[in-house]
Design a binder for this molecule. Structure first.
Ligand code: ADP
Ligand code: MG
Length: 688
């Protein structure tokens, strides 16, 4: 048998230089290489006769070289090679640039297969820079070729060659990873065949069968691992919060009536808190649906039962805002709330830590600063994290370990379709606030192109003249040469747009900008000014979280809206519509944008419902932007595409349940292979 963990350097054709480049793609071992799946495929099986070629075709032709390869040096770094070929229907010219080695390979009178793009030059069809084979071999033409996600420095050919060699290395030596009974029952191909066919499919049917098996394995492993995790937390003994600590006691002091949805999730939370099982609950609700007050009520119950509460938010602004809201409701009820940020002064910090350890502080709100080692609770009973997608599972675990099996409530405004959430957060129970507080006006959304610029500006002027305020969000400036360096790009961007708004469009209004790199004090000052109405138009990028409540701001303008994802657009829109005024979101987009971008604009205009938007997003681009980034602790898939594979996901879920019910812990011999897969999964992933 073969060691899949061996360094990728032992694969033929992979020298030291390539090792480094493969490492960049996250490929370190033979196994990594074998499971580096193609992004897409290029079908080079389609063959045409020369007479049938059409401009734009990407096809294979089989033709005889009827000339020598001629070389023309047209510039210092540019040579053009030309060859005339013919089949029984006609002739055409083949052109290459700079690939002088072609001359050694192609012989006049011999027949070759060429695959490439058909272009037109001076009314003559030709093929440009094709790959080719001698007619007796199938290497570059006549097959379905994998296209791998790659970087500029590593060619497709290099990756293909490495994968091909890796496949040869493991031939007949691979250990099947799935139990035989599953392969038979669900009609799945064996591992070796599937790996071969996913990289170099002999037909579309074969490829789909290979994919089916690999997706099955990936999803089944995830499901089994999640079931196991969930089983474990359920076994642990948690805190039983007091029945006498009644949520209704704080609910009755609120200045508004809770919505039905809020009451329903509170009931679920209450039940969890009173049971011995540690609560592990995800609270989903759109921006403004009133999650904070729910968290506050849960905190009340914990404190009245004699425990402390930790509330963790992703940014200082949000944490500060939470503190204000918590204080308003909880302090009159005799509960002490405090704030701990990275920037909290040393002396104040010492005091807070002391009061936390002796139990004087009952609710501690803060940022990542809460995770620091010297933050010690007297009796932590409830952990609340806001905006879950910002925290990894590891951070969640770090704060949880500051108590003894505390209850956990994870809040997120990222709407995830329920079907998906159930699966992805298999280890959490889910509560959803699917209703906004009454009398919220729908934010009217308009997608506009340059043509309506003047009208848009007049509309903004009119609103400011009536006393309102405006947010402008601009995208980062794209710089072709410079990669990374968000800060620089951000600064350039904000400057460019602020100038435009300040000097060109709204010279008679107060325009200011805010950006990530600014000093905290400066940022606070600007936000304060905006809050107090001293600034009419606030320009920022999305790098900075302007999560503060400014009920007087009623217009959100998004420049180059086509460059933003649906999730982001929706979150940005949520910054307005927080007061009594009718609010607007203006999406300025480039009329030459892609079809998908146009579709996004349409969806934004049609609905304000984050869950609908999430579903649409999923539809538009597979796993969608909601799940597109790696930072949010959702599982990463090697081959699964959650949109395409939703039916598979559902059936695998029931397969997993059945297996787990019949053989909990996967102890039976027939499930030994599954045990191995799950152990590996649990070991390797922080986030699953
Ligand atoms: P989220 O955190 O879900 O985005 P918030 O908790 O910040 O939403 O609530 C938004 C605003 O709505 C807050 O000002 C809050 O006081 C208010 N609010 C919450 N619940 C209700 C309700 N049932 N009725 C009226 N206003 C509410
Ligand atoms: Mg909130």
């Amino acid at each position: 048998m073969i060691d899949l963990k061996q360094n990728v350097q032992y694969v033929k054709s992979v020298g030291p230089a390539k090792v480094a480049l493969l490492n960049n793609l996250g490929i370190y071992t033979l196994e990594d290489l074998l499971t580096y799946f193609p992004r897409e495929y290029e079908d080079r099986t389609k063959t045409k006769k020369i007479a049938d070629l059409v401009e734009g075709d990407e096809v294979t032709i089989e033709a005889r070289a009827v000339s020598e390869v001629s070389i023309n040096r047209i510039r210092k770094n540019m040579t053009i090679l030309k060859l005339i070929v013919e089949d029984d229907t006609g002739r055409c010219t083949i052109t290459w640039f700079n690939q002088t080695y072609v001359r050694e390979h192609i012989k006049r009178g011999e027949t070759y297969r060429f695959f490439g793009k058909v272009t037109k030059e001076f009314n003559h069809l030709q093929m440009t820079s094709p790959v080719y084979d001698e007619v007796t071999t199938l290497k570059n033409t006549g097959r379905i070729m994998p296209v791998y996600p790659s970087t500029y420095h590593l060619s497709q050919t290099a990756i293909r060659q490495a994968v091909e060699n890796a496949l040869k290395m493991v031939e007949k030596k691979l250990i099947e990873t799935l139990p035989n009974y599953l392969l038979t029952e669900y009609n799945l191909k064996d591992l070796e065949t599937s790996l071969k066919q996913i990289h170099f499919p002999s037909s579309e049917t074969e490829r789909l069968q290979a994919r089916k098996r690999l997706v099955f394995e990936e999803l089944l492993t995830l499901q089994l691992a999640l079931l196991e995790l969930k089983g474990q937390t359920e076994l642990e003994e948690g805190i039983c919060f007091e029945k006498e600590a009644k949520m209704s006691d704080v609910i009755n002091t609120l200045p508004f009536k809770l919505t039905k949805a809020q009451l329903k999730v509170l009931e679920e939370i209450d039940e969890d808190m009173e049971s011995t099982k540690p609560m592990n609950r995800l609270l989903q609700g759109d921006v403004g649906s009133g999650k904070t007050v729910v968290a506050m009520i849960a905190a009340y119950k914990a404190v009245k039962s004699g425990y402390q509460v930790a509330v963790m938010a992703p940014t200082a602004i949000l944490a500060t805002q939470h503190l204000e809201e918590f204080k308003k409701i909880l302090e009159p009820l005799g509960i002490k709330c405090s704030l701990l940020l990275g920037g909290t002064k040393v002396k104040e910090k010492r005091e807070i830590l002391e009061q936390l350890e002796n139990g004087t502080i009952e609710v501690l709100i803060g940022t990542h600063a809460l995770l620091t080692e010297n933050v010690i609770f007297n009796k932590l009973g409830l952990v609340i994290t806001d905006e879950q997608h910002r925290f990894g599972v590891r951070q969640r675990t770090a704060i949880i370990s500051k108590g003894e099996n505390p209850d956990v409530l994870v809040m997120t405004a990222t709407p995830i379709p329920r079907t998906l959430a159930l699966i992805l957060y298999g280890d959490l129970d889910i509560s959803i606030i699917d209703e906004l507080p009454p009398n919220r006006k729908k934010i009217e959304t308009y997608a506009v192109t340059k043509r309506l610029e003047e009208r848009t500006n007049n509309f903004i002027r009119k609103n400011i003249d009536e006393g309102r305020q405006v947010y402008v969000v601009c995208p980062l400036v794209e710089e072709k040469e410079e990669t990374g360096e968000e800060e620089k790009k951000e600064l350039k961007s904000v400057k460019k747009w602020t100038e435009k708004y300040k000097n060109e469009i709204f010279p008679n209004y107060k325009v200011e900008c805010i950006y990530g790199k600014m000093k905290q004090a400066e940022k606070d000052k600007i936000m304060e000014d905006f809050k107090n109405g001293n600034i009419d138009i606030l320009v920022s990028t999305t790098v900075i979280e302007v999560g503060v409540n400014v009920p007087n701001a009623n217009i959100m303008v998004i420049e180059n809206a086509e460059r933003f994802g649906l999730a982001q657009l929706h979150q940005l829109r949520g910054r307005v519509g927080r007061g009594e005024y009718q609010s607007y979101c203006i999406l300025k987009y480039d009329s030459h944008c892609s079809q998908v971008a146009r579709e996004r604009m349409k969806i934004m205009q049609e609905t304000n419902d984050g869950f609908v938007i999430a579903e649409k997003d999923l539809e538009l681009r597979g796993t969608g932007e909601f799940f597109g980034t790696k930072q949010h602790g959702l599982p990463e898939f090697k081959i699964t595409n959650l949109f395409i594979d939703m039916p598979m996901l559902k059936s695998v879920q029931s397969v997993a349940l059945k297996i787990e019910t019949e053989d909990s812990g996967l102890k039976e011999e027939k499930n030994a292979k599954l045990r191995k897969l799950v152990d590996k999964k649990l070991k390797q992933s922080v986030a699953l």
